[in-house]
Design a protein around this ligand. Structure first.
Ligand code: ATP
Ligand code: MG
Length: 138
């Protein structure tokens, strides 16, 4: 039913939970997981300095994704990890559309310090605009 699942992670506790549920579901449905982290490039300009910051963020992201990869493999779930760059919600929505995922799994909240909202803006945008089912894990 859900053979191809896109899981979006930002290193938050909430995303960890979402990942756990994704592995649980994938193990039972025989799904393949595509794990994605989007490096947000609000740091404008194209100076060497900006480039360096983005490269550092990507390196950090890769070690985070490697950790998730090990967890999935321990559970016998096939997984592929990708780092992308841009506006997280837009990248997740466009990727899901282009690669025809059956399901997107993400957390309710992320790393933001503004905790008064029940649901973060990335999850909210994806829920509104994705063209496939979205599971937001609480
Ligand atoms: P906001 O970012 O709106 O201030 P927040 O950080 O609490 O609030 P979101 O960013 O919407 O909440 O995070 C919700 C979920 O979206 C996360 O648990 C994660 O699954 C996904 N997500 C958020 N940012 C990214 C990102 N940069 N790359 C991949 N997934 C992300
Ligand atoms: Mg966020």
């Amino acid at each position: 039913m859900f053979s191809k699942i896109l899981v979006a992670v930002d290193g938050s506790e909430s995303a960890d939970k979402a990942f756990d549920r994704a592995v649980f579901l994938a193990a039972r449905c025989g799904s393949v997981l595509d794990l994605v982290h989007v490096v947000q490039c609000e740091v404008g300009g194209d100076s060497a300095n900006t480039f360096e910051i983005i490269e550092q963020l990507k390196e950090k992201a890769m070690s985070m994704l490697d950790g998730y990869k090990v967890l999935a493999q321990k559970n016998g779930v096939p997984i592929q990890v990708t780092i992308m760059q841009g506006d997280p919600a837009k990248v997740i929505i466009d990727t899901a559309r282009a690669k025809k995922y059956d399901l997107i799994i993400m957390g309710t909240r992320g790393r933001s310090a503004f905790k008064e909202l029940l649901i973060g803006s990335v999850s909210q945008k994806v829920m509104h605009h994705a063209n496939c089912p979205v599971m937001v894990v609480r």
